[in-house]
Write a protein that binds this ligand. Sequence first.
Ligand SMILES: [Zn+2]
Length: 418
Amino acid sequence: MNPHQAATHEPPLTGVDTAAFSCPSCNGEKVSLFHRVEAFPVHSTLNMKTRQMALEYPRGRIHLGFCPQCGFISNVGFDPDLIHYSSQCEEPQWYSPTFTAFARSQASDLIDRYGLYGKDIMEIGCGKGDFLILLCELGNNRGVGFDPAYVDERNFSEARKRVTFITDYYTEKYRDYGADFICCRMTLEHIHSCGAFVRMLRASIGDRETTVFFQVPDVTRILRDCCFEDIYYEHCSYFSAGSLARLFRDCGFHVLDVRKAYGEQYLTLEARPADTSTNAARTFENDQALLAGFVGDFQERVRRKMERWRSLLSAFHRQGKRVVLWGSGSKAVAFTTCLGIQREVEYTVDINPYRQGTFLPGTGQPIVAPAFLCDYRPDVVVVMNAVYVTEIRGELDRLGLHPEILTLESPFRKENPQ
Ligand SMILES: [Zn+2]
């Protein structure tokens, strides 16, 4: 057996004793396991300097459990001690014009709707600080950002002098850092004890006038469309619109809004601390039965989808076609690890210069710049996130390349440029 073909969805999970697991969101005790990947690289965004490091990087268990009470999904096999976020972690999105335009539009919208001019903004999990800096630039705001992966050398904005960055996790010891607006984007899904975290944040806010803005991946889409590429070790917590809103209401917030964003991949929540009782749930939040339905046959649907991908990539390989992935983030790690991809894909492309020259965690493909493809001349490009397909097609056109472009949503039809 191939030692790196570590992901498995066999045997079925029936009969697994889940009595020991309680829900990290609502403390419910009926969590049931429904999906597992036995050996997944614990870091997807950490730069791997050598192929050997990429292949041999420590792996952990993904055992997804569903709480029928609140709809929350958690990796009950998660070990937080395996995770070490540092400046060597690289989130590639900000090099994409598509993502930058989305973030700028989102920042402008929040500034307009909440009157964020000359205010104090806090960001929990600010990454390299790009979004916080944007909020402070556009609204002349002051900021404080928390993230162990922050790197100051890359920050050249005039707003930098109004922002304090703390290279640490946000915990209750920082409760004196009050703010008019607290944002936390793509971070809550990395926190296993999410109930305890949101309660800690609510206690830290106290009776201050504060609005909170959270953004997480939407698990409803992942379950409905079998997006196995969106399940990885660093994401130990998975939310739907309902389970996200329920968590905040349970922790003493008045939920102002829950929306989908970015091609329906993200959920955003806006809330304010409530004095006594929180506002009533809206109809769409009652999604536990819908989620239970998706969870019921998820393992079998994912198995079928992965089989189709393996067959397709094997066929390309037999035909001598050169296949590359575009995107080296967590989706690529999940895609290659779960499918056990080896020689079927030789390279993965990334526009982030800090990713280029490193290797994909798990399966070890070299990460290359788009210009590399001029010599390599791929026959097929598999785009890891369909939201970037227009941008990628434009880049390939500029390079004079016209490979077949596949997305993960539509694996067996060619993308139509029109
Ligand atoms: Zn629960």
